[in-house]
Design a protein around this ligand. Structure first.
Ligand SMILES: [Zn+2]
Ligand SMILES: [Zn+2]
Length: 442
């Protein structure tokens, strides 16, 4: 009897003891977890910088596909006789498509040998050109998305504009009366054309700041994918983008493309989220090779001018935002000085790229959240995004880039390309459609 009471008492004491421990664990568990995470985040990282040998783009020598016309060509006006009627039509931007001609790819109207060769087409609305040096005759629509299209320009302009404003292809099929294959073909052509236009304008850039981020999207054939973007917060241009997975090689591909578009002496101050791939990609592209004394191989030295900060976002719940700023390369004070110089708050942040993520989701229908109009192939999605980017850079005005007109209570609206001094005017969709861009030989 005595023994059994003793056992029951013991069991009760143990039960109480465990209940107490359990309640204490429940109370302090969250606090301990948060402190542990904080300690982990602040712990100095031991990430090793990478070199161009780790970048697939650098290893395979990927370069910008830009057509390089023949150098030191004699102006045709010096070769021809001074007699004859002077040129009446503006031929700037057009070039002889004959690879054997001396003036192949030369777009400067003061150099090339192009003159008008009459108008053709059902309504005699298509201008034809003739190269006087090689006698080649060609349409002014050659190397534009309009080449050999029978539909009127107005229809195509409207459909393309709506596609860059976030309109779904199936809506356009119902409203315009054109079938889906036709609209997709126009979009594909415009996407390829936009990519060439981007290569022509976006090189030798001098950017003080760059923010990079990746956004989630879905493609019908391949499932989930990531769109990688880089933005210059000052002029709002998007020099580089990449569609792929969320691996180190994708971060390398984005940074490799950005590096190709920058001036050789330009090293921007970078800000990204906490993804490790960015650190590897940035350190692999901004530096130089050197050979230490008595060493047999070259070593990669990451540039001393490089500044790179990360914003870590660790969100426990919807109501508790929790972020940490940390410098991974360079001095925080130097980064603050650059931010101050351009009128930004002295914070390591990715707000501008997050904002453009929203703009691109509203502008490209297959990128909208919970949408049914997914792209079929990654290539289709990429071409759609390329067209949207050209529309965003050259045609659409950006509200935050407007500058006040002195003496008037008005503002001059600017596009990102205008703010970055890449062009001198606001473009229309017609301007992009009618600009001939010769693809670079592969
Ligand atoms: Zn590279
Ligand atoms: Zn020619």
């Amino acid at each position: 009897m005595h023994n059994s009471t003793f056992r029951v008492e013991h069991i009760l004491i143990f039960a109480l003891y465990f209940a107490l421990l359990f309640s204490l664990w429940l109370t302090f568990n969250d606090i301990i977890k948060k402190l542990r995470q904080q300690a982990k985040s602040y712990r100095p990282r031991k990430w090793k910088p990478r070199s161009p040998k780790d970048c697939p783009g650098c290893k395979s020598g990927i370069n910008l596909a830009v057509l390089k016309p023949k150098q030191d060509v004699i102006p045709y006006s010096q070769r021809k006789s001074s007699r004859g009627r002077s040129k009446l039509l503006a031929t700037q931007g057009h070039a002889c498509p004959n690879p054997l001609c001396d003036y192949f790819g030369v777009i400067n109207h003061l150099l090339h040998a192009i003159v008008g060769d009459g108008k053709r087409g059902i309504h005699k609305h298509i201008q034809y050109w003739k190269c006087q040096w090689c006698d080649k005759r060609f349409s002014s629509r050659l190397h534009t998305p309009l080449y050999r299209l029978k539909t009127g320009d107005g229809h195509i302009v409207l459909v393309l504009m709506l596609l860059a404003e976030g309109c779904n292809i199936s809506v356009l099929v119902r409203c315009s009366g054109h079938c889906e294959a036709t609209i997709t073909r126009w979009l594909e052509r415009m996407g390829k054309h936009s990519s060439l236009l981007h290569n022509r304008f976006f090189h030798h850039l001098l950017l003080p700041l760059v923010q990079m981020d990746e956004l989630y999207c879905r493609v019908r054939r391949t499932g989930k994918m990531w769109l990688w973007l880089a933005i210059d917060p000052v002029t709002k241009i998007l020099p580089s983008l990449h569609l792929g997975k969320r691996k180190n090689d994708d971060a390398m591909a984005l940074t490799h493309d950005l590096k190709l578009r920058l001036h050789p002496n330009s090293i921007p101050a970078f800000t990204t989220d906490g993804l490790r791939g960015y650190f590897y990609a940035i350190t692999a592209h901004f530096g130089h090779w050197f050979r230490p004394k008595r060493a047999r191989f070259d070593h990669w030295h990451v540039s001393d001018d490089l500044l790179y900060g990360q914003l870590l976002k660790q969100r426990k719940s919807r109501n508790s935002p929790f972020s940490i700023m940390r410098m991974l390369w360079g001095n925080r004070k130097d980064l603050n000085d650059i931010l101050k110089l351009h009128g930004f708050a002295q914070l390591i942040q990715t707000a501008f790229i997050e904002r453009v993520n929203l703009t691109i989701r509203r502008g490209v229908a297959p990128l909208m959240r919970k949408t049914w109009s997914l792209a079929q192939h990654p290539e289709h999605l990429l071409l759609h995004i390329e067209w949207w980017r050209t529309y965003y850079h050259f045609i659409r005005t950006h509200e935050s880039l407007a500058v006040p007109i002195p003496g008037l209570r008005k503002h001059r609206q600017r596009s990102p390309a205008l703010a970055a001094n890449l062009t001198t005017k606001l473009w229309s969709v017609q301007d992009v459609l009618k600009l001939p861009l010769m693809p670079a030989p592969s």
